[in-house]
Design a protein around this ligand. Structure first.
Ligand code: PHE
Length: 339
């Protein structure tokens, strides 16, 4: 019996397991009710009385060593397991998919391209702005409703600092540091305090344009916008200008394009009018030129501004504005081929 115990002790010292199943098999082999050690325990009854002490001690040693060895091997697994627990199971399975350009960027780039070919350069400015560049320099009266808390995000402790509500602020910044001829477009993100729904968000993207020179007329504006509409929506596209009001332009207009779903016949998309609105525009109000250091007796100019979301909705028939900011890759991947 002693020899048998010695042999098992040797065996137990050398056990190895390369996975949890193997380890469990070892536990069953040595330590379970029907295991080798229990079998020896059962035989212990038959050990002659004078050997009982020695055999008993050896048997206990064997049992302890077996338990220790199994625990050691288990520890080795557990420390490997911590590595496994750090695995990010939400990660995309290999191979990691390539990203695609965001639909708003695709359309913004297209707008920039079209105006770039007509000689417009890009101007940029801060999203956190002051009242002067967003409103005052743009001829907004002191009590104009657009300054109201409902539309504009203010910084509580600094009522003069706001999130820009349009990129006209960039036009103001361009005018204050340069003299005509000025021909710029101002793409960028703007913020308005609106309840988020399928048709409004608290931020969106604009491209505004400004052209100032001698003898710039409304005809120039109309031609540039027609060219833009036909490049963006197809050569058959017609435009229509409706009188409107903006504090910074006089006269002001809103531009519609012929509905490209029904070809102008009238459908649910254009609310049976045959037209859909795409932008605001007008001749720069002389008061704006003067406020920004440009002589309104010498120069005239036009300005226009459009929402990139709106243009993207029309081009790709996206019904819910929120899709643009939810980062749902199933939606974003639909624009892969437009890249
Ligand atoms: N700034 C206007 C807006 O945010 C758009 C616009 C720009 C209209 C230039 C006319 C001329 O709604």
């Amino acid at each position: 019996m002693l020899a048998k115990i010695e042999q098992l002790l040797q065996e137990v010292e050398n056990i190895t397991a390369s996975n949890a199943d193997e380890l469990e098999a070892l536990r069953i082999k040595y330590l379970s009710k029907k295991g080798a050690i229990n079998a020896l325990m059962a035989d212990f009854r038959n050990v002659p009385a004078e050997q009982k002490k020695e055999v008993g001690m050896k048997l206990n040693e064997l049992k302890n060593r077996a338990q220790e060895r199994i625990a050691e091997l288990k520890d080795a697994f557990d420390s490997k397991d911590t590595g496994a627990a750090e695995l990010d199971l939400t990660r995309t399975a290999y191979p990691i998919e390539l990203g695609t350009r965001h639909p708003l960027n695709i359309v913004r780039n297209e707008i920039i391209d079209i105006f770039g070919r007509m000689g417009f350069t890009i101007a940029d400015g801060p999203e956190v702005e002051d009242d002067w560049h967003v409103f005052s320099s743009m001829n907004f009266a002191e009590d104009h409703p657009a300054r109201d808390m409902q539309d504009t995000f203010f910084i509580e402790s600094h009522p003069d600092i706001i999130l820009r509500t349009h990129t006209s602020s960039v036009q103001s910044r361009v005018m204050e540091v340069s003299q005509p001829p000025i021909r710029v477009i101002c793409p960028g993100r703007v913020y308005r305090n609106e309840a988020i729904s399928y048709r409004a968000h608290c931020f969106f993207h604009q491209v505004e344009g400004l052209y100032i020179d001698k003898n710039v007329s409304f005809t120039d504006l109309k031609q540039v916008l027609l060219q833009f509409a036909q490049e963006m929506f197809g050569p058959e596209t017609k435009i229509r200008l409706r009188p409107s009001y903006f504090p910074f332009t006089e006269p002001s207009a809103e531009m519609d394009i012929s509905c490209d779903i029904c070809g102008g016949k009238g459908c649910a998309f254009c609310k049976y009018t045959g037209w859909v609105e795409i932008l605001g525009c007008g001749m720069v109000d002389p008061a704006v030129l003067e406020a920004n250091g440009i002589d309104s007796k010498v120069y005239t100019g036009y300005a226009f501004g459009m929402g990139v979301e709106r243009i993207t909705n029309l081009k790709y028939k996206v019904k819910d504005l929120r899709m643009f900011s939810e980062n749902d890759t199933r939606f974003l991947k639909e624009f892969e081929s437009a890249n």
